[in-house]
Design a binder for this molecule. Structure first.
Ligand SMILES: C[S@@+](CC[C@H](N)C(=O)[O-])C[C@H]1O[C@@H](n2cnc3c(N)ncnc32)[C@H](O)[C@@H]1O
Length: 306
């Protein structure tokens, strides 16, 4: 459910900060975020597909917007695809978590708490501006893209992945509903216990604010139109995840109904591995041939003119 159409930009940003601060500590386990080989392979593949199928040269100075706990940029930096990383986010809690992970991975990073629409950086300071699952939270996308253009060096790129598509969202509603319906039978089969939230948990920021943090769901045409308005060229949009999306949301909807420590590890492994398998099917068979409109996540890249 998205933020109310009457919510002000300040309200949306305040809600995003509080929700993500509250969610930071459990974020990686909730979303299955990996900082090992699997996570690195996922982000490298996203980068390659977003840039038109060819892996770019490693980026010198990279700026991540809405970096969260670091899924995208730390996984790129730890395999040498980024030399100097600056990670930004509106939520100080998410950046604290990112710093901890960067420390354990041995990845040097500068973190800056900032919103996307007003960036505290000099003109032409970065070679790439990137983000994952962040554009859909930003109230004023035209201002944000003007800032991305300003801080990029001539010839620099933007790379955004993992943004929800409006069509993909509708498609995902089917496995979400089905997963929810099947959940009681599934819990009995794997002997998991139903998750019960305490009143205290239901009243905390993470639960209360979740329905208000999203402001946009894009159709690929929206994402094709925004960068040129800001002055970018060579805008490219392609789709990501169709079968993996249907399967993943079905699994996630069932799992969300069970107390996490009662879900058997072999089940978790099966759900995760099968999701990764379907991602491979999407990448090999469907994504190259079907229109971006059909997929769950549009991938976006564009260039600042030389
Ligand atoms: C869905 S999370 C994605 C985090 C991370 N990029 C990932 O893929 O795991 C969205 C992130 O965007 C941040 N965010 C929300 N609104 C923002 C804004 N206006 N400016 C900058 N960051 C924002 C949130 O705090 C959160 O960390």
């Amino acid at each position: 459910m998205p933020a109310s159409p009457t919510a002000t930009p300040d309200h949306i940003k305040d809600v995003n900060t509080r929700y993500h601060d509250a969610a930071a500590d459990s974020y990686d386990s909730k979303w299955g975020i990996d900082f090992g080989e699997i996570g690195q392979e996922q982000v490298a593949s996203k980068l390659r597909r977003t840039m038109g199928g060819k892996m770019p040269e490693p980026f010198g100075d990279a700026l991540e917007i809405g970096a969260g706990t670091g899924y995208f940029s730390l996984n790129l930096a730890s395999q040498g695809l980024i030399e100097h990383l600056t990670a930004t986010d509106i939520s100080p809690g998410m950046l604290r978590s990112l710093e901890k992970t960067a420390g354990s991975l041995g990845v040097p990073v500068t973190t800056v708490v900032t919103e996307a629409e007003v960036l505290p950086f000099e003109d032409e300071s970065f070679d790439v501006v990137l983000g994952h699952a962040v554009l859909h939270h930003i109230p004023d996308l035209d201002s944000a893209f003007s800032e991305f253009l300003r801080v990029l060096r001539p010839g620099g790129s933007i790379v955004f992945c993992g943004e929800p598509s409006r069509y993909g969202d509708r498609l995902a509603a089917v496995p979400k509903r089905t997963g929810h319906l099947l959940a009681p039978v599934w819990r009995r089969l794997i002997q998991a216990t139903e998750l019960q939230h305490t009143e205290e948990e239901l009243a905390d920021d993470e639960h209360r604010l979740e329905p208000e943090v999203d402001v946009h769901a894009f159709v690929p045409a929206d994402l094709r139109a925004i960068p040129p308005r800001a002055g970018f060229e060579h805008t490219r949009v392609r789709g990501e995840e169709l079968v993996a999306n249907v399967w993943g949301w079905g699994m996630r909807s069932m799992e969300a109904t069970a107390a996490p420590d009662t879900i058997p590890i072999p089940w978790r492994n099966f759900a995760y591995r099968s999701y990764l398998g379907f991602q491979k099917v999407d990448q090999a068979i469907l994504e190259p041939y079907l229109p971006a409109e059909l997929f769950y996540n549009p991938l976006l890249s564009a260039k600042k003119p030389e």
